[in-house]
Design a protein. Structure first.
Length: 77
C-alpha cells in the first residue's frame, strides 16, 4: 500500500499530522510520501483548504484533517 500525505510547507497542522503518522506507520511497517500541493495547481485547487490529507493509493480513500493516531490506524487496516 502506498500512502501520500498531501501538505504544504509552514503548515503547523501538516507537521502535527506527520508526528501522528510516524509512530503508526512504524508499527505497521508502512511508509508514506509527503506531497507538496503548491507544486501542482490541480492538487492546490483540490486540497488547499483540506490539508493535511492522508490518501491510500490502493483504495483511493482519503482521511481528512482533523484526525488522531487511532483514526490513522483504523484507516490503514
Amino acid at each position: 500500500m502506498q500512502l501520500y500525505l498531501y501538505s504544504t510547507t509552514h503548515c503547523h497542522l501538516c507537521e502535527k499530522a506527520e508526528n501522528l503518522l510516524q509512530p503508526v506507520c512504524s508499527k505497521l511497517d508502512l511508509t508514506w510520501q509527503s506531497v507538496e500541493i503548491s507544486d501542482d495547481s490541480q492538487l492546490l485547487n483540490l486540497y488547499e483548504t483540506k490539508i493535511p490529507v492522508l490518501k491510500r493509493t490502493d483504495t483511493n480513500e482519503e482521511l481528512l484533517w482533523p484526525f488522531d493516531a487511532q483514526q490513522i490506524a483504523t484507516f490503514l487496516r
